[in-house]
Write a new protein. Sequence first.
Length: 284
Amino acid sequence: MRWIRWCMIGVVAMGQWGCIWKSEHLKLMGEKDQQIAGLEKDKSDLTARLKARNQALRAMTLDRNKLRRLSERLQSRIDQLKLARQQCEDRVRALADKGDEKTRKLQQALEQIQRLQDIANRRKALFDRLKNSFKAMTDAGKLRVRMVNGMLIVQLEESILFASGQSTVKGEGSEAIAQLTDILKGMQRRWQVAGHTDSVGKPAVNWSLSVQRALAVLRVMLKAGMPPELISAAGFGQYQPTASNESKEDRARNRRTEIVLVPNLQELQLAQAPAPLQVCTAAR
């Protein structure tokens, strides 16, 4: 009978050890599943970041081509003004002894050409200076420079500025804004920080967020030494999109903070004056 008792004790002990081993095995499997899930999430996040960076690189290439074409157009405009000035100067010399109304108009046209040529030269110099100054930041994917309706716009990468739905500037964003400010503050031109959102959520909330973000960037720029008289801020909410809000990628493009060069009113008035080439032609 004793050996039967010992057998029964052995069977019970083996059952208990089997339960313990199974429990440990299940626990280990659970931990491995959690690790796998974490790795899958990391993979998904890295894939998304890689996709975003590739999109930024494609956009940067497009921007670089646009900037090159714009520089070429500015140079072409300068060449046209030089030719127009030369034509008017020749005409003025030919009519110098007549002292009539045509000579007066030609002289006015010549003066206007000189003013327009000065404006074109300043614009191209500013454009080339910005393009060269921002090269390191654009190559790093932190910044884009583009022209929209004749306005020069500097756009910082939104992902380095703000967390989703927040208006507090990140540390990396503050560094990029300070680096940008060092370039802009020496140009003695007026700039406006413009905040934009996508169309997700209530319009009033989006508008408020766009204003808060613009002001947050402005405060960082002031702290970095931007003269207060050369900077302003505005929020446009969801009402000036650059793309549709139908896809995740388009909504990301619409969530942006731009720094816009404020046009000089005197230059705008000169641009709206009669074309000097027409005046020269009419005076013949």
